[in-house]
Design a protein around this ligand. Structure first.
Ligand SMILES: [Zn+2]
Length: 309
């Protein structure tokens, strides 16, 4: 997922779902995009099309979900679709949405993985750039924290700890994310919510589309979904989905090990902002090109130059 050439979809693909907050139907079209485009959302219901590049500088809200803003319009709940694109190794894609939120589908990234698989992947004539972490970067909020350290791969560790008998403490460590394992082990993990929170949100006109069809819902003691869980640690795995989607807003694949403890969207975005604010802690690498790396002598990486003697 880190090396090789950039990829886009081989064909356009379409689906329809409902918006988590509005409860209304939303049409979603994923289209191939030129090399170097990145992921670009387009709202098609706003008269003139409003474009939302999937990058950190366009994020306007991180409560409950990740929301992008552009030209006075917003687009919410982008993170599970972004996770699917990054997880499956799609670098360039244009996404058309005819409403203010990406459809929630079943609350996981699996329906988007299915769409991407149906569309197929097409390699492009551009080497994939990647953001390589050279020095640790950390953000903290009380006992919640997120840290990225140098690594040879894109690796994730998460820890969640909810004082609820059906969740508790769940630790997933050193997960090396590849498309195959993402599709099987991470993407199907659904989002979750507590019944009392859902009721509270619905009383103020939010989460109107929220149901047992698109989330794991918990009352004070147990899981209310009849079918139960997809994995014993589905809650922790969904944290991986959110983290992959939020890190995708860096705009480049990340080479580093991210560890997130009791994190949420706000902390993930704080880490992304801290990475962007500290260019001395990372380099952008293009396979096959010589790049100066802090801490290493430049001549050792330039062809034709040899140390004297
Ligand atoms: Zn989520």
């Amino acid at each position: 997922m880190l090396g090789g050439v950039e990829q886009t979809l081989a064909n356009p693909v379409h689906c329809r779902g409902i918006g988590l907050h509005s409860g209304r139907p939303v049409d979603l079209v994923l289209r191939p995009a030129a090399a170097g485009t990145g992921v670009l959302f387009v709202r098609t219901d706003t008269g003139t099309e409003v474009r939302f590049p999937a990058r950190a500088e366009w994020v306007v809200n991180t409560t409950l979900a990740t929301t992008l803003g552009s030209q006075g319009e917003t687009l919410a709940t982008i993170e599970h679709l972004l996770a699917a694109l990054r997880g499956m190794g799609v670098d360039n894609c244009t996404i058309e949405v005819d409403g203010p939120e990406v459809p929630i589908m079943d609350g996981s990234a699996a329906p988007f993985v299915y769409l991407i698989t149906q569309a197929g992947l097409r390699p492009q004539r551009r080497m994939r750039r990647r953001l390589v972490i050279r020095k640790p970067i950390e953000v903290r909020d009380g006992n919640r924290w997120a840290r990225v350290t140098p690594s040879r791969d894109f690796k994730l560790s998460v820890e969640i700890d909810y004082p609820h008998p059906a969740i508790g403490r769940q630790v997933l460590g050193g997960i090396r994310v590849t498309p195959r394992m993402f599709a099987r082990e991470i993407a199907p993990a659904r989002t979750f919510g507590f019944l009392k929170d859902v009721q509270q949100l619905q009383s103020v006109g939010l989460a109107l589309g929220g149901s047992l069809h698109n989330a794991i819902v918990l009352d004070d003691e147990r899981i209310m979904n009849r079918e139960g869980l997809r994995f014993p640690d589905e809650f922790g795995r969904h944290k991986l989905v959110d983290l992959i989607g939020d890190l995708a807003l860096l705009g480049l694949p990340l080479q580093g090990h991210v560890k997130a403890v009791r994190s949420g969207h706000a902390l993930h975005h704080a880490l992304v902002a801290e990475i962007r604010a500290n260019p001395g802690c990372w380099t952008v690498e293009v396979p096959g090109e010589s790049v100066a790396v802090p801490g290493e002598p430049l001549r050792a990486r330039l062809p034709g130059l040899r140390p004297a003697g």
